[in-house]
Design a protein around this ligand. Sequence first.
Ligand code: PFF
Length: 447
Amino acid sequence: MHGQWSSRLAFILAVAGSAVGLGNIWKFPYVAGQNGGGAFVLVYLLCVFVVGLPIMMSEVLLGRRGRRNPMSTMRILGQEESGNRHWQLIGVGGLLASFLILSYYSVIGGWTLHYVVLAARDTFIDANAEILQSEFNGLVSSVGNLTFWHSVFMGLTAVVVARGVEQGLEAAVRFLVPALVAIMVGLLVYAITSGDFAAGLRFLFEPDFSKLTPTALLIAMGQAFFSLSVGMGAVMAYGAYLPQEESIINTSIAVVSADTAIALLAGLVIFPIVFANGLDPAEGPGLVFQTLPLALGQMPGGSLVGTLFFLLLAFAGLTSAISLLEPVVAWLVETRGMRRGSAGLLAAFGVWLLGFFTVVSFNVAADFKFLRGTFFDNIDFLTSNILLPMGGFFVTVFAGWVMCPNSSADELDPTAGTIYKIWRVLARFVVPVAVALVFLNAIGVFS
Ligand code: PFF
């Protein structure tokens, strides 16, 4: 049987720690940039609140009801509610997704660590866009450098998970997220005063629907899942520790709003810098690393602020990485009878090895392209845009259709009030239909 979070705040902090990470600050701006801005952002926001939020509620409610790791939870609830054990496949898909995501997440986490060192060494001071571009290219073209930082990031993740995650996580997130937001607000002031803020705003919020290809639509939905950490059981795993008297509805709304606000904040900082310096919004995964240092290099105390910023970003990535490794480790411990320490090391070693595919995707194997592009492109596409939406689809179908209304109301709101009713309509109809339509559209059924 599981323990419990010390308070509702502890749960919010843990889920926020999982949700807020590289996805908000590194990934959101670059995918929004690659997919034309405004219309993409609008679809992303819609997906966050209409699809992602009800899925998050469903995951927490299933987690709290099952009180085990996601796979065992789905097996037991499936049996209880429908006599069918196969629902545990949702847990299997989730484990696969977390394993794959972490393999590249750790490489990017390594980039942020490298940038801590660059900032501390005054590299950004008065650097222009060209210098920063070659600095970034220098990093990603070096297999040795990438491997070193990937190993450091993965090692840190493994140590925290192997020692048991609860202690420390709360305290870290409590400090981390506000500190990160404070620095971002400082950078926002820079973007407003020294960047092309109007152009940035227009790019982010003026929808041009001609840019919204079926694939862009799928990527916007995938980004919503990725950023909220839903669709793979991470939130379900944390929900297992939520005390019965806490409101799932309120906590989910709080986390989803905070996560989305931070992503938008990142966009509002980055795009004004992009346009003021004639950079390309569709630059790709290097976008943040080539834009923020420009601002940092020009502001007073930029080296210190930059060091802190990348350090905080690395930590935000670490709390997300922990939530990716934890389900794999919990599964090895609870069903394979391994000791936590060995399970943590084994899982981390596997992820670390797989990470090489991402490492070489930026250099020696950059020209080796298949399906969606490099290895990295494919792992990213498969996880964010296929596995997570599929996981979310089945989680809500289970919570909305298979689970009896008494059980779900019991967890969400025993008085079965308005918000419960809205959740149920979203979970039964809107989420499954929306995910299915976006999928079908992306494989060309409607064109
Ligand atoms: N939500 C994290 C981020 O935005 O960086 C990434 C992530 C963590 C995705 C955990 C999925 C997950 F289960």
